[in-house]
Design a protein around this ligand. Structure first.
Ligand code: F6R
Length: 240
């Protein structure tokens, strides 16, 4: 795993945006795997600036998002579809028909998993996957567990994740308890991956990942098995 330590959140965001912009320049119709949450927001803002300046062209880019809460309607302002529209898609020249987020209203979980995997396959796989990391080491909503799911599935969120994510909701009771998430195989199919981390509260998960050993109890550690991962973190996440 290659490691880039940026001095702060702003520099981490810039470095990550540069990698995404280069991917788009190298392959204008590339497939980007995207994440939501606080971590990539600054990177999306940088990409919007790049697009406005005519330096980044999203017109042929295709995207697949990692996850979506369940149950949630896409127009709900807590949905990850809403987040992506608001933080990126509405501000760049992407064709929304080329953007994919799991269906948070799908009642047939296995069917939704299979449908989403088919989308990824039909796109020719993911060129560059952007990941954040949970304080507990989750990636996507692949939560620490003895066993992990390979493909897109309906995941139960841990109490810790529900608590951490409650900052976006009025109360902890409003946080959905489940989410559709790409699985480890879906993520590992990406030709390259950037793992982003910012803040002291991510230090333990980052340090565990950098130890190099592998455990499903910290799913990010499995990224040590992928041949093309760049960790971009700030000094707080790196040093604690
Ligand atoms: C979001 C996702 C999650 C987040 C992780 C970190 O699509 O898949 O794994 O990346 O929970 O969240 P933040 O960035 O809010 O700290």
């Amino acid at each position: 795993m290659k490691v880039i330590v940026a001095k702060d959140y702003a520099e981490m965001s810039l470095r990550a945006a540069e990698i995404v912009a280069k991917q788009i320049a190298d392959k204008p119709d590339c497939v980007l795997g995207l994440a939501t949450g606080s971590t990539p927001e600054g990177m999306y803002a940088e990409l919007i600036k790049g697009c406005e300046a005519g330096k980044v062209d999203f017109s042929a880019v295709r995207t697949v998002n990692l996850d979506e809460y369940y149950p949630i309607k896409p127009e709900n302002d807590q949905s990850y579809r809403y987040f992506m529209n608001e933080k990126l898609f509405d501000h760049v020249n992407i064709d929304k028909a080329n953007t994919n987020v799991p269906n948070g209203m799908a009642t047939d979980a296995a069917g939704e998993g299979a449908r989403y995997e088919k989308i990824i396959e039909d796109l020719g796989g993911i060129d560059l996957q952007v990941l954040g990391i949970g304080q507990n080491g989750h990636i996507g909503f692949n939560e620490p567990a003895e066993e992990l799911d390979p493909i897109t599935h309906l995941a139960d969120l841990t109490e810790e994740t529900i608590r951490v994510n409650s900052r976006f909701f009025e109360s902890v009771d409003d946080v959905p308890k489940q989410a559709f998430s790409m699985g480890m195989k879906s993520i590992f199919g990406a030709r390259s991956i950037i793992l982003m981390a910012s803040g002291k509260n991510k230090h333990n998960a980052v340090a565990k990942t950098l130890e190099g050993k592998i455990t499903t109890l910290c799913p990010a550690t499995l990224l040590n098995l992928h041949p093309n991962v760049v960790l971009i973190c700030d000094e707080d996440a790196y040093n604690g």
